[in-house]
Design a protein around this ligand. Structure first.
Ligand SMILES: Nc1ncnc2c1ncn2[C@@H]1O[C@H](COP(=O)(O)OP(=O)(O)OP(=O)(O)O)[C@@H](O)[C@H]1O
Length: 237
């Protein structure tokens, strides 16, 4: 079976600084992997390369068999990215924002209207659908950006510190959507500094340090979280 993500010899240099160094990574379809690592290790850079927000300096990244450098539009249809950036337009209403992104993903009109209403309901924003996003509280914007990331039913979810800055309500919306049948089969790659939460959610644990993977194990290899923390905690300081 084709991998959800296939990365070979991936490198990224900013100016003269090498940030990612000949990385290899395969993610199987449906896998939930979490990447831990110290500040500046290159975690966000890796997610941006997979999502086509950045161009590799060398090597290759394939998402569902599509090369990110050669077929970025096809890759974008596969990927839903949730990060600190909300990627929302303040001057548009919540519904207009989702409509804009839905059209960009090529979702057919009737299906899109149904999808938008469903996600606004799931996010608890249906009564605010026609209000401008610039008038939204931070929590409301967070909920809407979750809806935006999931709008096109991506097969690959890239989650960059998804809980940072999420209020309890938005965290619940996020967890419920992640657990929903719709996303149970999707592949998930999460970056996190929260060891306990990351461990609880994932089935594979990776550690990135100075642009290289220094650790890659299945969660099954650990009897419990404390076991993992004892073995890997020291690598993360
Ligand atoms: N656009 C950019 N231009 C120049 N340098 C950059 C750029 N983006 C990231 N970097 C540098 O690349 C390195 C890795 O950054 P990155 O954000 O990927 O790390 P990270 O592992 O996600 O860190 P953190 O855990 O602190 O979020 C850092 O030294 C950062 O300053």
């Amino acid at each position: 079976m084709e991998n959800a993500v296939s990365i070979r010899e991936l490198s990224k240099v900013f100016g003269k600084t090498p940030v990612l160094k000949a990385l290899d990574l395969d993610l199987k379809k449906g896998e939930f992997a979490v990447i831990f690592g110290p500040n500046g290790a290159g975690k966000t850079t890796l997610l941006k390369l997979i999502s086509t927000l950045l161009e590799p300096t060398g090597g290759s990244v394939f998402v569902s068999g599509f090369n990110v450098s050669e077929e970025p539009e096809k890759v974008r249809k596969e990927v839903g990215m949730l990060s600190h950036d909300s990627y929302l337009y303040g001057e548009l209403t919540a519904r207009e924002n989702l409509h804009f992104f839905g059209k960009m993903y090529g979702i057919e009109s009737q299906e899109l209207e149904k999808r938008i209403s469903q996600l606004l309901t799931d996010a608890g924003l249906l009564t605010k659908a026609n209000e401008r996003v610039s008038t939204f509280s931070r929590g409301m914007k967070q909920r809407l950006s979750i809806a935006r990331a999931l709008l096109h039913r991506p097969s690959l979810l890239l989650l960059d510190e998804p809980y940072t800055g999420l209020d309890p309500g938005a965290s619940l919306v996020f967890e419920n959507l992640l657990k929903s049948s719709e996303f149970q089969g999707s592949t998930k790659l999460m970056v996190s500094h929260n060891l306990e939460r990351g461990f609880a959610l994932c089935d594979r644990l990776l550690i990135l340090d100075k642009g290289k993977f220094v650790y890659d194990e299945s969660k099954e290899d650990f009897s419990c979280f404390e076991d993992f923390r004892e073995k890997c905690g020291p690598m993360l300081t």
